[in-house]
Ligand binder design. Sequence first.
Ligand SMILES: NC(=O)c1ccc[n+]([C@@H]2O[C@H](COP(=O)([O-])OP(=O)(O)OC[C@H]3O[C@@H](n4cnc5c(N)ncnc54)[C@H](O)[C@@H]3O)[C@@H](O)[C@H]2O)c1
Length: 254
Amino acid sequence: MRIALVTGGAGGLGLATARRFAADGMTVAVADLDGEAAGKAAAGLKGKGHIGLKLDVADQESVVATFDRVENEIGPIAVLAHFAGTLGSGGTATGITLIEADVDDWDRVMRVNARGTFLCVREMARRRRAKPVEHGRVVTVSSLAGQTGGLQSGTAYSASKAAVLGLTRTAARDLSSLGITVNVIAPGPIDTPMLAQATGQTNSGTKYTKLDAVPLGRVGEPEEIAAAAAYLASVEAGFVTGATIDVNGGLFMH
Ligand SMILES: NC(=O)c1ccc[n+]([C@@H]2O[C@H](COP(=O)([O-])OP(=O)(O)OC[C@H]3O[C@@H](n4cnc5c(N)ncnc54)[C@H](O)[C@@H]3O)[C@@H](O)[C@H]2O)c1
């Protein structure tokens, strides 16, 4: 039995990934700032033994407590899929430009996206050094905005997601000695509440304003990110580490 911790597991992409992992036979701990939604998400997963927890990824004590609970109640985590993230106030139709960017928003976004990723990946490393598992996997989540700059998501968000790229590569080198691969998914526009916020829509990301620039001519579905996460989490992906997997409809090719 492989045990997965999915942070941000109550959100659009985290939830789709938790569902996919459960369908693939993993036991899943769904962790989210919204603990109630995490509980509901876990209860709705296929199979047995899943749990939902409240977690603030930016809070060191909360991260340690989450790993404690999952490892005590279920067992050692083989897969960390770190989806928790925030857009901050960069969610406007045009994005917040550097000149308008607010320092408090910068701190809030960096705290969740950069520091939160660091704390969760570091905790995973510490646990696996103390108690190794076979085929350990870490999947982090950046963004097209971290690769190309803001688009519709603003200065702090882009910078925080660029930090995730560097952190992932460093972690991939460091954790190789523990047999753990570390890879990052860089989604383009995917139909979730966050995309709706970024584009100033109330619900569907299908109104993404830069659709003309997407070679595949549509926004992505959460299940398409979950499929990438499932591959990176799989035993078969054992020779892939430090990679950035673009799931963006061709919006950014490099
Ligand atoms: N949807 C997109 O188009 C898109 C594109 C690129 C990158 N991403 C990234 O994918 C990830 C998931 O995004 P989504 O679209 O599912 O967004 P979402 O807003 O639907 O979900 C994000 C989840 O993270 C949780 N969260 C926020 N702060 C947290 C914290 N401090 N601790 C724990 N949980 C916290 C939220 O409660 C929410 O459930 C994010 O990292 C996001 O930046 C999304």
